[in-house]
Design a protein around this ligand. Structure first.
Ligand SMILES: Cc1ncc(COP(=O)(O)O)c(C=O)c1O
Length: 367
């Protein structure tokens, strides 16, 4: 069968400005935690509407260092959704604490605040909502529970650069926000990278130290830290990408609108709550015929992926350690039904029509 088109799931934007910025760093002789990193941190903090951004080696490192800075440790518990990438939970275990998994809302696929209440114990130290696929979690309800129980709120914002909750950028709504700049994200540093954003000077200072061996002065260290630093090349790329992020997010929203109109009667399309500004890191549809649709699309050159087929609480890496035995109804149901279809700013109208047309052909042919 001849494929009419080949459409990837996502594409990293590359241009001459980025290449020139990288070459400039190579010639500068400064490579780690120098001027470009500080410039990017300043610009990213401003973009998120917070006082501090501290760049680190990855999104996973951002979460891990945040938990260390908050002194979350052995015997503590952190409430998280299970419907996420595994790195939402593994840093919690890395500091010796226990992830407590909570089910998601059916509309946004983000953590269900009503179910958080039942998961709070005297060991709970933090709630970590995930702004999944680029849609913000229901923050007011989460913040209220946190306040009533004296808990930190750490936003896993790794999939939601530029998303807004009630017109405020996510990341700066809880005590701390953690971002990833992995290549598939809405903005990248063309490799691994991450950032911790916060208005709290003390937390920011602690993360700054922890990422760099716990350094107080050149060769004086007052915290047991790590090498989870950010480099000048990453920062130079980050600066270029950040400049274009808002324009790219707009393009993602336009593409989502086209998909919504074309697919609404065939599958469950993503919802944008009235209080949210979705940035469509992923465009995720839901159908009981997910696996058949996936096979069909692949035959016609349309790439898709499942985010995520195995919920975290069912991952062997987690159950082998925690022995978790619980049922999360929505999480487990949606893991069988979600499908991410191509979404990136450069996707053309013709490509969107092609993907949508193939999905229609699948359903109309199979009905
Ligand atoms: C929700 C979520 N949390 C955490 C991470 C970890 O980020 P990184 O891959 O940069 O370590 C990712 C990204 O992959 C993610 O999507």
């Amino acid at each position: 069968m001849a494929k009419e088109m080949n459409i990837p799931l996502m594409k990293v934007h590359m241009d001459d400005d980025i290449k020139k910025a990288v070459l400039k760093v190579l010639d500068s002789g400064w490579y780690i935690l120098h001027e470009k990193v500080h410039e990017f941190e300043e610009k990213f903090a401003k973009f998120c509407g917070v006082k501090n951004a501290v760049c680190v080696a990855s999104g996973t490192a951002a979460i891990f260092l945040t938990l260390r800075a908050l002194n979350i440790k052995q015997s503590d518990e952190v409430i998280v959704p299970s419907f996420s990438f595994i790195a939402t939970a593994t840093p919690i275990m890395e500091v010796g604490a226990k992830p407590v998994f909570v089910d998601i809302e059916t509309r946004t696929y983000t953590i269900d605040p009503e179910k958080i209440k039942d998961a709070v114990t005297r060991r709970t130290k933090a709630i970590m909502p995930v702004h999944l696929y680029g849609h913000p979690a229901n923050m007011d309800k989460i913040l209220k529970i946190a306040e009533e129980n004296d808990l930190y709120v750490v936003e896993d914002a790794c999939q939601a650069h530029g998303a807004e909750y009630k017109k405020q950028k996510i990341g700066g709504i809880g005590h701390v926000g953690c971002f990833s700049f992995y290549p598939s994200k809405n903005m990248t540093v063309c490799g691994d990278g991450g950032a911790v954003v916060t208005n709290d000077e003390e937390i920011a200072e602690k993360v700054r130290k922890l990422r760099d061996h716990g350094r107080l002065d050149k060769y004086v260290f007052d915290l047991k830290g790590y090498n989870l630093r950010f480099n000048e090349i990453q920062a130079a790329i980050g600066i270029e990408q950040l400049e274009k992020l808002s324009k790219w997010n707009e393009a993602r929203r336009r593409i989502a609108k086209m998909y919504n109109q074309a697919l609404d009667d065939l599958v469950t399309t993503p919802i944008e709550e009235s209080w949210a500004r979705h940035v469509y890191h992923l465009y995720v549809i839901r159908t009981k015929k997910r696996d058949e649709l996936r096979d069909f699309l692949s035959r016609y050159g349309v790439s898709t992926l499942v985010h995520y087929p195995v919920p975290i609480h069912m991952q062997p890496a987690i159950t082998n350690i925690l022995g978790v035995q619980q049922t999360l109804k929505n999480t487990e149901k949606f893991a069988k039904e979600v499908l991410s279809i191509p979404m990136y700013p450069g996707l053309t109208e013709r490509e969107v029509e092609y993907v949508s047309g193939k999905i229609r052909e699948f359903f109309e042919g199979s009905n």
